[in-house]
Design a protein around this ligand. Structure first.
Ligand code: PMP
Length: 396
């Protein structure tokens, strides 16, 4: 017997679920060149337009000249350098928590935090729509693992009543494929009543939500005690790479001792930490970036409603248009591309069957005119190819 890879791949293709990697031939940004074609892009997570900011690039270049290119070793061997340390201190201060721990990616931060905290005999409860890395972390932890209905505090309470051992309740802050916010005050109150801890992965909220960019926790005015484990990623609003866990002194020491995805991996290049320190300053100082985003989000939502397309309940830069079938989502994305606009179609298994969508993301680097161009192109694409309502459309 051998693995029959060709039939697996053929099945995926037949189901319109085959994934391909577009080749980016320009710096990341709003105007990109992909597979040889110049495009106006609405699909990266560079929400504040910092990924190609000259000051961030300069900090990166200067960091590489001073600290070299590679991290060189894991943090516990000799890979924990001064820029990493300074960034951890700055992130702790920014999040108002005693300490922060830098990780190489959001995926690893989530695996590391959940598996270091919960194990056999414990319980991990997660929102059904959590990011794949959180779901993988729950499974890998060896704890009893269960998913509650999306943003449903009663469903969470029911599972909490049956939980065993120490319980960790885990939720995205902003749901990555829907753009909606976690019902965090309710989740925290429900968890606290039953003595469970809450962990929030604020990958998409951090930098964007809250007056100061402090994310979902700032948005809802929640205390450190209500969210003892806070994850932020640096590859989105910060425009760089990596992630962090913020929390108590004991939490961070526990992760340093027990989080395998932290211990057994090379530290991120120190120059990335230098660049991130610079983008943190910009993110804190330049409020206009969040204000611009809010204006663009409002403009986009009004325009899409006028076209008669179905939006999701999202106040964030993630503004998916619900399409329904994967085939139709792909056709719509192709029709936009023919008009010079890049918007990715998101299909199962990333999202539930029958809910394929165009995942539009907005950035402070977009202009009002860019959003108008997108709306005009959408109007033309829809005229070419009528979009059925999601309730009527099903994937094969
Ligand atoms: N959490 C969420 C909610 C995400 O959307 C992502 C990635 N898109 C991650 C974690 C993983 O972060 P990273 O890309 O830094 O691994």
């Amino acid at each position: 017997m051998s693995f029959n890879l060709s039939s697996r791949l053929a099945e995926r293709r037949a189901a319109h679920l085959y994934r391909q990697r577009p080749l980016l031939e320009s710096p990341q940004g709003v105007r990109v060149v992909v597979d040889g074609q110049p495009l106006l892009a609405f699909c990266n997570n560079d929400y504040l337009g910092l990924a190609s900011h000259p000051a961030v690039i300069e900090a990166f270049a200067e960091g590489a000249r001073r600290w070299g290119v590679g991290g060189g070793a894991s943090h516990l061997v000799v890979g924990h350098s001064q820029p990493h340390h300074e960034l951890e201190e700055a992130l702790a201060e920014f999040t108002g928590r005693p300490r922060a721990l830098l990780m190489s990616s959001g995926y690893m931060a989530n695996l590391g935090a959940v598996t270091a905290l919960a194990g056999q005999g414990d319980t991990v409860l997660e929102d059904r729509l959590n990011h794949a890395s959180l779901l993988d972390a729950g499974l890998l932890s060896g704890a009893r693992f269960s998913r509650y209905l999306h943003n449903d505090v009663n469903s969470l309470a029911g599972r909490l009543d049956k939980s065993q051992g120490n319980t960790l309740v885990v939720t995205d802050g902003v749901f990555s494929m829907d753009g909606d916010l976690a019902e965090l005050p309710g989740v925290c109150a429900t968890a606290a009543e039953r003595g469970a801890w809450v962990m929030v992965d604020d990958a998409h909220g951090f930098g964007c939500l809250g007056n100061n960019g402090g994310g979902i926790v700032e948005h809802f005015g929640l205390s450190v005690e209500q969210v003892p484990v806070l994850i932020g990623t640096l590859g989105k609003a910060f425009g760089t790479a990596g992630a962090f866990v913020a929390g108590s002194e004991e939490l961070i020491e526990t992760l340093i001792q027990f989080a395998r995805p932290y211990i057994y991996t090379t530290s991120q290049p120190p120059a990335v930490a230098c660049a991130t320190l610079r983008s943190l300053q910009l993110l804190q100082g330049e409020h206009w970036r969040r204000e611009r985003l809010a204006q663009l989000i409002a403009q986009f939502r009004i325009g899409v409603a006028d076209i008669g397309l179905e939006l999701m309940n999202s106040p964030t830069p993630i503004q998916p248009i619900l399409v329904g079938s994967s085939e139709r989502a792909m056709a719509l994305s192709a029709a936009l591309r023919e008009q010079g606009i890049l918007v990715t179609a998101i299909r199962p298994p990333t999202v539930p069957r029958g809910t394929a969508r165009l995942r539009v993301t907005l950035s402070a680097a977009h202009s009002e005119d860019d959003v108008n161009q997108l709306l005009d192109a959408l109007k033309r694409a829809v005229a070419q190819l009528p979009v059925t309502q999601s309730s009527e459309a099903h994937d094969a």
